[in-house]
Design a binder for this molecule. Structure first.
Ligand SMILES: Nc1ncnc2c1ncn2[C@@H]1O[C@H](COP(=O)(O)OP(=O)(O)OP(=O)(O)O)[C@@H](O)[C@H]1O
Length: 351
């Protein structure tokens, strides 16, 4: 549904150049919710603005629903009519809602329909239908100032759906909301995705957002996509930074001669009594340093950090046993070391 090929964006101002996007290839399948995460300055906002050509990429192509948007003339406010038409089918939701305070809720939702030249009666019908869809049927006559943050974002979502888009872009839509409101907005986005078959591309700095609603995710750093894939597959990828950030397990080894192993289990593997089998088969004592069970992308996933006595070389066979049981096994300090001592994906203070 959305494909970017070798997308590059270089900002030039006062003789300085900033490469915000550096050869980004993104593939978002029809009907999926796709999350882009990364530290502040990684290029996430630039990417989303390039996807609907609010920002014209320096090179590379963007196609949405099979249409090459980069081939259409104009940019930003000066987009040609073909680009404006194409853009009207891409909804966009913003962190700070961007509602017009002097207009009622209904008039805010009608605005894009006015721009599309839709008649007054039809506009009103459509706006009321959309407000019902987002659960705000009774707020049509209210003004934005009379609404809570979550309600304002619902209006923003209704407005984004006015052009019957196939694609919804969300730029930190829940960042200004409290956790409970965030959950309800994410649920709304998920419902719309399922009911309308809407493809959603969202950028966020909250790993919880990815965990709650994303089917796939990409990690950006310095203008590049450094990791991407379906969330469940990333969780099964040794050394995946995204998996570690989505699902951190803590716990420090109790001494020097110990092997620390991170286990990820999903599906059938989650139901087997693997730890007791391991202990019995090899007659070893196992300490559990940390563990968590969560629902990721609608699937139950467990992570556990365990400690085995002895160095890695002495534990090759038990580790092989764990792998044979269908668990993903990452050994701290060996081969896939970053998982055991990961660089924080989103450092403190990062937006
Ligand atoms: N209009 C602009 N002119 C010049 N440089 C820009 C412009 N917009 C963004 N940049 C630069 O491009 C880089 C990527 O910025 P971008 O806003 O896309 O990152 P981001 O990952 O969305 O960060 P944040 O989470 O803080 O919004 C940064 O170095 C930023 O300073």
């Amino acid at each position: 549904m959305i494909t970017t090929t070798d997308l590059t964006k270089v900002y030039r101002s006062r003789g300085r150049e900033v490469t915000a996007l550096d050869g980004v290839d993104l593939h978002v399948r029809e009907g999926e919710v796709y999350g882009v995460v990364g530290q502040s300055g990684a290029g996430k906002s630039t990417l989303i603005r390039c996807v609907n050509l609010l920002e014209r990429p320096t090179s590379g192509t963007v196609s949405v629903a099979g249409q090459d948007l980069t081939a259409l003339a104009g940019r930003g406010q000066r987009a040609g009519s073909a680009l404006r038409q194409a853009r009207s089918r891409i909804g966009m939701v913003f962190q700070h809602f961007n509602l017009l305070s002097s207009r009622t809720v209904r008039d805010n939702v009608e605005l894009p329909l006015e721009i599309l030249g839709i008649s007054g009666k039809e506009r009103t019908r459509k706006a009321l239908e959309l407000l019902d869809l987002v659960g705000l049927g009774d707020k049509a006559k209210a003004y934005p100032a009379q609404l809570s943050g979550g309600q304002k974002q619902r209006v923003g979502i209704a407005r984004a759906l006015a052009g019957d888009p196939k694609v919804l872009l969300s730029d930190e839509a829940t960042s200004a909301l409290d956790p409970e409101t965030t959950r309800s907005i994410l649920q709304l986005l998920r419902d719309l995705n399922e009911q309308l078959g809407l493809t959603v591309l969202l950028i966020t700095h909250e790993m919880d957002v990815v965990k709650t609603i994303c089917d796939s995710a990409a990690l950006m750093r310095d203008g590049r996509v450094v990791e991407s894939g379906k969330v469940t597959e990333l969780l099964a990828t040794p050394g995946s930074e995204l998996a570690q950030a989505l699902f951190p397990v803590g716990g420090v080894p109790s001494g020097e001669d110990r092997t620390v192993v991170d286990l990820t289990f999903q599906g059938e593997a989650a139901t087997k009594p693997v730890i007791s089998q391991l202990s019995r088969t090899y007659n070893i004592d196992i300490s559990i340093l940390g563990a968590a069970m969560e629902t990721v992308g609608g699937h139950q996933v467990g992570r556990m950090r365990i400690e085995l006595p002895g160095r890695f070389e002495e534990n090759v066979v038990p580790i092989g046993f764990l792998r044979e049981q269908g668990l993903q096994v990452d050994v701290a300090g060996v081969a896939d070391g970053p998982r055991a001592n990961p660089t924080p994906l989103l450092k403190e203070g990062a937006k």
